[in-house]
Design a protein around this ligand. Sequence first.
Ligand SMILES: Cc1ncc(COP(=O)(O)O)c(C=O)c1O
Length: 462
Amino acid sequence: MVEPNEGHVRRLTEAYVREFQSSAISHARSLEVLVDGISHGARTYAPFPLRIVQAQGAWITDTAGHRLLDYWQGHYANILGHNPPEVTSFLIESLQHASGLQTGLPEEQEIEYCELLAKATGSERVRLTTSGTLATMYALMIARAHTGRKVVVKVGGGWHGANPLALKGVAHNESGYDSVDSAGVSPTADDEIIITCFNDVEALERVFASQGDRIAAFIFEPCPSVAGFIPASRAYMETARRLTYHYGASLILDEVITGFRYCASGVQRLYGIQADISTYGKIIGGGMPIAAVTGRDDLLSLTSEHAHPRVWFNGGTYSAHPLSLTGGLSMLRHLVSNEQTVYEVLARRGRALRQGIERVMAERGILARCTADGNEIVQGGSLSSVYFPKQADLQPQGPDDLNDPRLCDVQMRETVLKLGLLLHGVNVVHGLGALSMAHGDREIAATCEAFDRLAEEIQDSR
Ligand SMILES: Cc1ncc(COP(=O)(O)O)c(C=O)c1O
């Protein structure tokens, strides 16, 4: 099938190859040693990804010295921008005082870090690990041990890392989100992972009514990245809480992206909901690798060496790494003490950016919208995605709408925006990404200008 933007994509690809020759050379070299040339699937795209050498604030610099505005911001981890002094100053100081690299011993700062995280998130217990993937895997193991059941319910498109207990329904295919995504997972995964549709209250009710006594956990992201961060409706969140409680399953909120993104806590605080178990990552490390499983004492205590049954949440050479604790602590302290300003500023700038993009696209006759304007609970913030609805009245509720090529021009979002905006000095992921505190008026204006120039080209290519 010929995609509608085929000719434009070809021209963009040729221009990209010419402009980013230096990254092409690095890519060829990387392919000699790295599978696909990278260490994370989200970091590559055709024809090859930019290789960068520096990142500061809102900006990244590639191997040829091009400076680009960045909306990926460390997989959405860098809420203060790249390498912010609020974090790096503490890391430097730490290394200058014989602390920082691995010790493998309980660190004093681990206690303060966990106290702060527990207090901010209203959690009874915390256990640290190194990645969001491990955090969600342990969370599901805890829920399974607690309930003595196996079935995990997750939403189509939901991403909880490459966690084998939730690797179904991540990729969109012709029939939606319904297949096991990876080879090598347990052959029972298909039966043990049930996919439901995000923000669809009736669908969730049907799943629990038919399978409730088999369900160990319902896990979901309150604002799924694959849904352009559209927030869960109040009704959906309340239904999730009510049904899991009623059927004795655990409610796991995966706050790896949303944690400390909309307030200095989990976004669940804004809903007035407390999950049984929550997972955090990204922002809570301040740019260093750390992740946490938090929640009820009786559930987290199943990871104790005295517990029966016991969840073997017990490894991790680099768990609670000293520099990760230092980076994370400086970030958490900053966000907690500046909560009144940070989130208000991000919301204001996010709104200006979304409105600016929609305006320049409309002025060129292109129907483009930004997601995540917010709802009555989560105000539109710093995360958003640009999409191209085929009908002006489309009101996407989640990934099923945004990633269905019958409803939206997905290629325009994923390929035309990606390459076209890079050529105008802006790096977006899935249509936009994350604004940070380092994205000020100048950066927002430059972004809108880049969208405008690309919009003009799209207009010309039609
Ligand atoms: C919601 C969510 N959960 C879990 C993960 C996995 O985290 P990590 O990449 O740190 O393993 C991610 C990563 O993007 C995520 O977005």
